[in-house]
Design a binder for this molecule. Structure first.
Ligand code: GAR
Length: 219
C-alpha cells in the first residue's frame, strides 16, 4: 500500500469543501492524511469541523503580520512542520504571492465556483447569473501566479435557470465542488496528473463520446 498523501488545507470560512475532503478520507475514497488545517480567520467555522475530527487546526491571522511575506513565511513554516505534500486551498480568501507559490511548485490546488477561464475572481456565481450563461460549474486547478488561472485538473458543469440567484446557483455548484475536489486530489495521490505545456494530462482517464449537458434541456 502506498503511504497516504499528506494534505494541508487552507480555509477562511465555512469549510464545506474541507468537510467533503475529511468525509472522503474517512470513507476510504481518498488516499490521503489531513495533517493540518490552517485558517487566516479565527472565526472560520471550518476550524470547528477540523477539531471535531481531531485534526490540528491552526489560526494564522494575516492581520498579525506586518507584510504579506511575513504572513506567508509563517504559513510555509507551519505547512513544513506538518510535512505537508499537497497544499489544498478550500475557500482561502487571501491572494498568495509568487514567494509562496514557488515554495510548492505544482503542489497547490484550488477550487473555484466557475467553469474557468470564465468568471475568475470574487462573486463568480453572481457573474454567471448576471451574464445569463446557461451552464456554469466548478473547477479544480493547480495554482500558478495568476488568480484562478493555473492548469485545470477537473471541472463539473451544472445548468443555470433564468430565475436563479447567486445563492441558488451557488448551492447547485457547491454540491458539485464537494464531489470533484476529493476526486481531483485522489488523482494527484495516485500520481495520475502530469502538467505539460500549461495543461493537465490525466493518465488512464475514462472517456465518453456521449456525455453532454444541455441547458435548457427541453424546448
Ligand atoms: C467555495 O464555493 C469555493 O469554490 C470558493 O469559496 C467557497 C468556499 O466554501 N472559492 C473561491 O471563490 C476561490 N476563488 P467552503 O468554505 O464552504 O468550502
Amino acid at each position: 500500500m502506498p503511504s497516504p498523501l499528506s494534505l494541508g488545507v487552507l480555509i477562511s470560512g465555512s469549510g464545506t469543501n474541507l468537510q467533503a475532503i475529511i468525509d472522503a478520507i474517512e470513507r476510504d475514497e481518498l488516499t490521503a492524511a489531513l495533517r493540518v488545517v490552517i485558517s487566516n480567520r479565527p472565526d472560520a467555522y471550518g476550524l470547528m469541523r477540523a477539531r471535531h475530527h481531531g485534526l490540528p487546526a491552526v489560526v494564522i491571522p494575516h492581520k498579525d503580520f506586518s507584510s504579506r511575506q511575513a504572513f506567508e513565511a509563517k504559513l510555509i513554516k507551519t505547512l513544513h512542520d506538518y510535512q505537508v505534500e499537497l497544499v489544498v486551498l478550500a475557500g482561502f480568501m487571501r491572494l498568495l504571492s509568487p514567494f509562496f507559490i514557488r515554495t510548492f511548485p505544482q503542489r497547490i490546488v484550488n477550487i473555484h465556483p466557475a467553469l474557468l477561464p470564465a468568471f475568475p475572481g470574487i462573486h463568480a456565481q453572481r457573474q454567471a447569473v448576471e451574464r445569463g450563461v446557461r451552464i456554469a460549474g466548478a473547477t479544480v486547478h493547480f495554482v500558478d501566479e495568476e488568480t484562478d488561472h493555473g492548469p485545470i485538473i477537473m471541472q463539473a458543469a451544472v445548468p443555470v435557470y433564468p430565475d436563479d440567484t447567486e445563492e441558488s446557483l451557488g448551492a447547485r455548484i457547491l454540491t458539485q465542488e464537494h464531489r470533484i475536489y476529493p476526486q481531483a486530489i485522489q488523482l494527484f495521490a495516485e500520481g495520475r496528473l502530469e502538467v505539460r505545456g500549461g495543461r493537465v494530462i490525466v493518465h488512464n482517464e475514462i472517456r465518453s463520446q456521449t456525455a453532454t449537458l444541455r441547458s435548457p434541456e427541453s424546448v
